[in-house]
Design a protein around this ligand. Structure first.
Ligand SMILES: Nc1ncnc2c1ncn2[C@@H]1O[C@H](COP(=O)(O)OP(=O)(O)O)[C@@H](O)[C@H]1O
Ligand SMILES: [Mg+2]
Length: 321
């Protein structure tokens, strides 16, 4: 039995997804015999600490939340996106000397940045989509030279991601991405199967990849398809032994290159020339019906077992070894 604080919500467009992940994680940890407390971060950044007097500011709410950290053994930060998955909560735990589930500040921050992720991937020989970085202040200068995917460098849940197939749609797509980030990626359109691979690093340091999952989305896997229940997944994905092995090797190599911990989901396109990494999620969706738990279920690891393993694997991030 471990005393675990589950954090949900968060100050970004994935707030509601994080609430769903957090409540599912908390329930499964309780079912597994852990003593669980929960705190939610509002969209405005207020930590909603149960039974605490109404805070006058976000800073005061954080001070209240810090007292929770003093009473628990492990933090499970089920917060996707900015000021959560990007390493912010891992950094808070590092400063407080508290064990935390998942990646540290560095892996979270690089994984959240789709441009930096490309640089790391290419450096270890993993292909990514060719793309260029555009400052939000310079979107008027971008010329249309064929179909592209436009996306914010740091966002999630497909917010601000657009497939542009017509010159007249380019500026609108860039403006949409600029609403999410001041850095924008303009990428070549990849054609291939969308295959995700989840990697876990367990207590003791062994890491392994679960069977891959294929997303069947007609066109772009957009926000509506992600959450309206219409997305179809195949787990395990129908892959040849070679395809499966190549994808797993790339996923683990990326996990290691970033120095991830806990769990990470590496999303690929399987093209005619092999796997191309699309993006990395260091705190992927964690309801029982989300992709990562379904991949581990295919490996014989139940949802309750999965969250329990993550708690057991938690360390104080950045601690000298
Ligand atoms: N370069 C690309 N070529 C083709 N489709 C893409 C490309 N980049 C993204 N997509 C599609 O858009 C979806 C969302 O993009 P992604 O980069 O994964 O953003 P998010 O972090 O919001 O999930 C992907 O799942 C995929 O379907
Ligand atoms: Mg994605």
């Amino acid at each position: 039995m471990t005393r675990v604080l589950v954090i949900g919500g968060g100050q970004n467009s994935e707030h509601d997804v994080s609430l769903a992940s957090a409540s599912a994680v908390a329930a499964a940890l309780r079912a597994g015999g852990h003593e669980v407390s929960e705190v939610t971060i509002s969209r405005e950044g207020m930590w909603q600490v149960p039974d605490a007097p109404p805070p006058a500011s976000a800073a005061e709410s954080l001070a209240q939340a810090l007292s929770l950290l003093a009473d628990i053994e492990v933090v499970f930060p089920a917060v996707h996106g900015l000021l959560g998955e990007d390493g912010a909560l891992a950094a808070l735990c590092a400063l407080a000397g508290v064990r935390v589930v998942g990646s540290d500040l560095r892996a979270g921050a690089i994984g959240m940045d789709k441009w930096a992720t490309k640089l790391v991937a290419e450096a270890v020989g993993i292909r990514t989509a060719r793309g260029r970085l555009v400052a939000a202040s310079a979107i008027g200068d971008v010329e249309y030279d064929g179909p592209v995917v436009v996306k914010p460098v740091s966002a999630g849940s497909s917010h601000g991601v657009t497939l542009v197939q017509d010159a007249g749609d380019l500026l609108g797509a860039l403006e949409e991405a600029a609403a999410h980030d001041d850095r924008i990626l303009v990428e070549e359109v990849l054609h291939g199967r969308e295959i995700d691979v989840a990697v876990i690093r367990e207590a003791g340091g062994i890491r392994w990849a679960a069977p891959a999952l294929e997303i069947h989305a007609a066109g772009l896997f957009d926000t509506a398809t992600k959450y309206d229940g219409s997305a179809r997944f195949t787990v395990p994905a129908a892959l040849t032994a070679t395809e499966g092995a190549v994808l797993k090797r790339a996923a683990v190599a990326m996990f290691d290159a970033l120095g991830c911990a806990g769990i990470a989901r590496m999303d690929f396109f399987l093209t005619s020339e092999g796997p191309v990494l699309n993006e990395v999620n260091t705190m992927p969706g964690m309801t029982a019906a989300s992709q990562v738990p379904r991949m581990f279920a295919a490996a014989g690891v139940s949802y309750e077992d999965l969250v329990d393993r993550l708690v057991r694997a938690a360390v104080v991030p950045g601690a000298a070894r």
